[in-house]
Every structure is written in C-alpha cells, then in structure tokens.
Design a protein around this ligand. Structure first.
Ligand code: NAI
Length: 410
C-alpha cells in the first residue's frame, strides 16, 4: 500500500510500546514518518499519562493499559493501534468519546491457528501424544492399533468463520471430508458440506474442531451429552475459547476411552502470567495435547499484526477511514486526491450536519462530496472540498455545539 502524503508525517509522533514487531516501525518509516519512539517495555498507567499529551499515534500490545485517565490527558491523539487481537486493555468508550478510533488485527493469526489444528488432527488420529509420552519414559509402543490416516476421514468444524473455513481448506488438501455446522448461513469453500444440527455433525465426524466465539451462548457447547453423541474413538480439538468445552466431562470421556484423544489450546482457567502454574483436569491423560493458548502465536502472525495494524492507523490518518475500528463507526472512504478533506466527529444530536454545511455555505466553499455515519451516540461526517479556504474553517466547525473534534487533511 502506498499512501499519498496528506499531512506532515515527520511532525507526527508515534509511540510504539511492548516490543511491537519491527515490521510496524519499518512500515511507518517507509511512509515518511520519522518521529517514532519504539520501546520493548510496556508503560505503567502513570508513565503513559506523562507521555500521552504529545503523542499522535499510540501503538500497544496486551500489556499496556490505556485508561480513561490517560485518554483524558491526550491532546493530540488521533488513533490507537492494539498490535494484538484483544482490545480489552483500552477504555474503548473513553476513546470513542474523545473521537479516537482504536484498531486491532483480528484475523492476522487465522492461518497459524488453522495449521496447528490440522497438525493436531493428524497427531491425535495416530495416537502420537501417548506414544511420545511413552517413548520419553523409555517405552517402545510400536503398534498400528488405533492409528489412522487423515485421508478419507471426516472432520467436523463447529463455527465456520475465519478460522473454521481455513481449517476446512487445509483438511480438504489432506483428502479429508469436511462438514461444518454454523448458526449463520455461510459461503461454502471447496467441497465442505453444511450440517444443520450440531448433533448430526458430532455423530458423523472422526475429528471435531471448535471455532466459535466465546460468551454465554457457547459456554459448554460441548458438554456430557455432546461428547456422548460423538463417535466412539473420535477426537476433539478446541482452539477457540476455554469455556466452550465442559472440561470435566471431557476428562471423563477420555478416561472412559469414548474419546480417543483431544487437543486443547484454550482452557477455562488460564494463568495470567507465564510465572503462574497451570492446572487442568486433563493433565496426565497421555493422548491429550495441552498447549498454552499459542495456536495463533507465530513469527508470521506477529509480523502480519505489525504490518496490518500500522496500515490501518496510517489509512485513518491519511483518509479518515475507520473501517475495522473496534469502537467507531465504520466509514470506508475513497482517496481525496486534489481535494481537501475535513473530518468532523460530533455528538449525535439534531442539526449538527446542517450546521456543518452552513459553515461551508457561508464561506462559499463548495462541497464536492460528503460521507456521514451516525449511531446512537456519535456522528462522523467527512467532507471533501475543492477550495483550499475550506481547511481554514476548522475554527468555525469546532464552535458548532456537540463537536467532539475536527480534523483537516490537507
Ligand atoms: P469468526 O467470528 O470469524 O467465526 C466464528 C463463527 O462461529 C461464525 O461463523 C459464527 O457464526 C459461528 N458461531 C457462533 N456461534 C455458534 C454456535 N453456537 N454454533 C456454531 N457456530 C457458531 O471467528 P474466528 O476468527 O474464526 O475465531 C474463532 C474462535 O477462535 C474465537 O473464539 C477466537 O477467540 C478464537 N481464537 C483463538 C486463538 C488461539 O490462539 N487459540 C487465536 C485466534 C482466535
């Protein structure tokens, strides 16, 4: 992506915290930014409060909290990038009230998750975890019993979204039959077949893999009854959210031999730090693979996150586009070559758009194009004008009651 310089990038201060992948800084430099402060460590809330007044673009990972207090102190902040998947560490409402869109990279690690799931499906169907554990104890379990090829077997995908579809494509490349169950109607990739009920998918699959969102609607989606519905000797993989599987019921089903093997990357209780111990009822069951929520953690995913988020931040700074922001109205905008663009974020109350247009009309500035999005609380209007004098109207626009912020793109 190559962006037109629409604002003085050398004056824009970028603060990147928490060891964000160097791809992000490299991208900003390629695009003409030079005031970049990139640090390996995280900031405490107080450190961020001290630093934030002069920052235009803030990049964080999961370890830095961006509180309402910090956002209140931000004077120049245009946007925040979470160079990770989650955005809980940012007070999204406070950022929104300040007219600051927050971006993340929700799909940068999709492929990494899908690859691990496929590898685990193969390992489980061959009984490798148990054979590996035995070999480490000096036991030689050379036997073909309970060991199967993936080719020709059925994988049942629960949740056919970004990750589920990728798993389907990779499984098909191995010669597997792909079934999926989703609560929404989905575009089918390859030869995958939709299955109406979860139970029908469970009874038809040799491997079941879960790719649904977390939350109350999917808590214990797989419990005692569902495990019983699965085929004897089948395997279960969960790399979605820990609560999706009733872990005690799974432990019982593995112990009884009904479920031949399982791979769990996510757990109902995960330690908040690598220094804390991890406990699971599945510990000690040799054909169960337990991983510490790393399905999406690869060098490639980190690099992709670095680049993807940096691109979104720059696109917003350059054009005002907010598509993909987690706390803001999604506005996708064409470029504004040869024109001047004015962004106006306001409380959603009657008359603001009329007042904005009145400012332009009184100054005899012709509006070339205009984009408006509103939701219950805020309105975002982007106006392109031909005349350069339009950009001198920022002060007038700021005076309109309900204005949160006005920004001029040169
Ligand atoms: P997505 O939103 O693209 O797909 C989720 C799909 O599940 C949607 O198609 C939705 O319609 C479907 N769904 C929702 N409720 C359902 C139900 N009750 N039954 C069947 N289908 C249902 O999400 P994406 O990106 O594919 O992620 C899937 C899961 O993987 C999420 O829980 C996410 O948090 C998790 N994840 C885990 C990672 C890891 O490191 N282990 C990394 C990335 C994502």
């Amino acid at each position: 992506m190559n962006h037109q310089t629409s604002f003085p990038k050398d004056k824009i201060k970028v603060l990147l915290l928490g060891g964000i992948h160097p791809a992000a800084e490299a991208f900003f430099r390629e695009q003409g930014f030079s005031a970049i402060d990139s640090r390996r460590g995280e900031f405490t809330e107080e450190e961020l409060i001290d630093a934030i007044p002069s920052i235009h673009i803030l990049g964080i990972r999961s370890g830095t909290t961006v509180s309402a207090r910090a956002i209140d102190r931000a004077e120049k902040l245009l946007t925040v990038g979470c160079f990770c998947i989650g955005t809980n560490q940012v007070d999204l409402k406070a950022a929104r009230r300040k007219g600051v869109p927050v971006f993340n990279a929700p799909f940068a690690n999709t492929r990494s998750v899908a690859e691990l799931v496929i590898a685990e499906a193969v390992m489980l169907m061959r009984g490798i975890p148990a054979k590996n554990a035995a070999a480490h104890l000096g036991q030689w379990q050379k036997s073909a019993a309970g060991s199967f090829e993936a080719r020709g077997k059925t994988i049942g995908i629960v949740g056919y979204g970004h990750i589920g579809t990728q798993v389907g494509i990779l499984a098909e490349a191995l010669g597997m039959r792909v079934l999926y169950h989703d609560i929404e109607s989905k575009l089918v990739l390859g030869n995958a077949q939709s299955v109406k009920s979860l139970e029908a998918l469970l009874t038809a699959s040799e491997v079941v893999t879960l790719h649904v969102p977390g939350g109350s609607a999917t808590t214990h989606l797989i419990g005692r009854k569902e495990l019983a519905a699965m085929r004897k000797g089948s395997c279960l993989i969960n790399a979605s959210r820990g609560q999706v599987v009733d872990i005690d019921a799974l432990a019982a089903a593995v112990r009884s031999g009904h479920i031949a093997g399982a791979a769990l990357d996510v757990h109902p209780e995960e330690p908040v730090s690598s220094r804390l111990p991890f406990h699971s009822p599945l510990q000690g069951l040799t054909n169960v693979i337990l991983t510490p929520h790393i399905a999406g953690s690869t060098a490639e995913a980190q690099e992709r996150i670095g680049r993807d988020v940096a691109e979104k931040l720059l696109l917003f700074c350059d054009t005002g586009a907010t598509a993909g922001a987690v706390n803001f109205l999604p506005v996708a905008l064409p470029s504004h070559a040869g024109r001047h663009r004015i962004l106006h974020i306001h409380e959603n109350r009657p008359g603001v758009l009329a007042a904005v247009n009145d400012v332009f009309a009184r100054a005899s500035v012709n509006i070339a194009s205009q984009f408006l999005e509103t939701d219950a609380d805020i309105g975002y209007v982007v106006t392109d004008v031909d005349e350069k004098k339009g950009i001198g109207l920022k002060g007038e626009l700021d005076k309109i009651p309900g204005t949160i912020r006005t920004r001029v793109l040169y």
